[in-house]
Design a binder for this molecule. Structure first.
Ligand SMILES: Cc1cc2nc3c(=O)[nH]c(=O)nc-3n(C[C@H](O)[C@H](O)[C@H](O)COP(=O)(O)OP(=O)(O)OC[C@H]3O[C@@H](n4cnc5c(N)ncnc54)[C@H](O)[C@@H]3O)c2cc1C
Length: 382
């Protein structure tokens, strides 16, 4: 009997879980062995972090366990990945060497607050799951002063999420009856709110945050953070509570490998292949150029779509079919208003000569769809 191909998936986030499930739903355990490796044994939809911040969720009831994967005949190894040996088709973790026939790299981007002097000492990382409860407590106890939300590097995960955070924090403070005593300022290095979504959607997001008296300050490139003070290249700003979106960098194991380019992220095309045979990359760890000028945003929906593309390409190869699936570049990101409604930024990255984006009305139906999106991912993947 021929050997069963071993597919090793590095990272059990959006991209990894999407790939693993698509493969297993299409091929049985006698046709393919699928192994997911992750240093942690849980998965959480990114936007649930904002619900922990506003207190409508806890960490424990927002996660799914990767230990459920073996029930679907997907092996799970909880371990730190240390190196990838592309020549010998081998992955080294802290406890073992694992060889592969197909490799999918889906280890995401790394948050790097240490890149901004003074940030760790003087501010919170809005995207770090370990800091969410403390951020919640700070927001519950603040009575007056200035909250700064500061984007400290581009690209970062889910471009609308920091704006949504601002709107949810506004809502929390309104419910506590202290909104008029707390100023919310938003600082971004970009000239408009959402460069990836284009000027029209950006203007609508600007109007939305302005309507809740959140002030957007554009072109603020951060240099450092001091006690209660942001230092930008072109000025300074005071704060009492700083919620930062730190620079995102490529994981060291990629940066150090032959896969990375200048940015450290792995350049891919729409087939999600790398120059190495049977080695694919998806999600936040990649850089996929669109219309020569921009990249597919770092978002779970895109990592998921790329994962499905990779699974199709592996299945096609195993079945000796000469077909190459391409990532369609379609996806939607929810943006909650803080008034029990949500709108969706609908994106189609490749349909026209340039990406098309649309912002829908903010409705309670869209908020229900957001909850459903999370429920569906957790139940179908784990
Ligand atoms: C607040 C917030 C809101 C968001 N909202 C949305 C949204 O509304 N819609 C949307 O589409 N996206 C959203 N996102 C973005 C989304 O979460 C990410 O883009 C998505 O998780 C990327 O998927 P990925 O598979 O590439 O990486 P990840 O999901 O980050 O998975 C990478 C995995 O690799 C593991 N890993 C990394 N290095 C190693 C190693 N050396 N050894 C072992 N394991 C390792 C990590 O533990 C992790 O589990 C949001 C993100 C945040 C922070």
């Amino acid at each position: 009997m021929a050997n069963i191909p071993h597919v090793v998936i590095l990272g059990g986030g959006f991209g990894g879980l999407s790939t693993a499930n698509e493969l297993r739903n299409s091929l049985s355990a006698s046709q393919i062995t699928v192994t997911v490796i992750d240093k942690k044994d849980w998965f959480m939809v990114g936007f649930a972090k904002l619900w922990i911040i506003n207190g409508t969720r806890t960490f424990e009831n927002s996660i799914g366990s990767l230990n459920e994967l073996p029930k679907k005949e997907i092996n799970f190894i909880k371990d730190e990945i240390l190196t990838i040996d592309l020549q010998n088709k081998n992955v080294k973790t802290s406890s073992q060497n694992i060889s592969y026939d197909f490799l999918i790299i889906s280890i995401g981007a790394v948050l790097a607050p240490q890149k901004i002097p003074g940030l760790i000492e003087n501010g919170f990382n809005l995207y770090d799951h370990d800091q969410l409860s403390e951020i919640h407590n700070k927001l519950e106890s603040i009575e007056s002063g200035k909250i700064a939300i500061s984007i400290m590097g581009m690209p970062y995960k889910c471009p609308p999420a920091p704006f949504e955070a601002g709107l949810l924090i506004d809502s929390m403070l309104r419910k506590r009856g202290i909104r008029d005593s707390v100023q919310i300022d938003f600082y971004s290095p970009a000239p408009i709110t959402l460069p990836a979504a284009g000027p029209e959607v950006s203007k609508k997001i600007l109007d939305l945050v302005n309507s809740e008296k959140i002030t957007f300050h554009n072109s603020c490139k951060i240099k450092s953070v001091e006690s209660k003070k942001l230092i930008f290249e072109n000025g300074e700003a005071d704060f009492d509570l700083l919620l930062a979106i730190p620079p995102h960098i490529a994981p060291k194991i990629i940066y150090d490998s032959e896969l990375a380019k200048e940015s450290g992220f792995i350049p891919i095309d729409r087939d999600c292949k790398t120059p190495f045979e049977n080695v694919f990359a998806v999600g936040d760890v990649t850089s996929l150029t669109v219309a020569d000028t921009m990249a597919v945003p770092k978002a779970g929906v895109f990592a998921e779509g790329e994962g499905i593309t990779v699974a199709k390409n592996i299945i096609s190869k195993i079945q000796s079919k000469d077909e190459s699936a391409l990532f369609d570049g379609k996806g939607g990101c929810f943006i909650e208003s803080g008034r029990d409604t949500a709108s969706v930024i609908e994106v189609d990255m490749f349909s026209h000569s340039k990406p098309s984006t649309k912002l829908t009305e903010s409705t309670s139906e869209n908020l229900s769809k957001k909850l459903e999106f999370e429920k569906e991912r957790l139940s179908k993947w784990l």
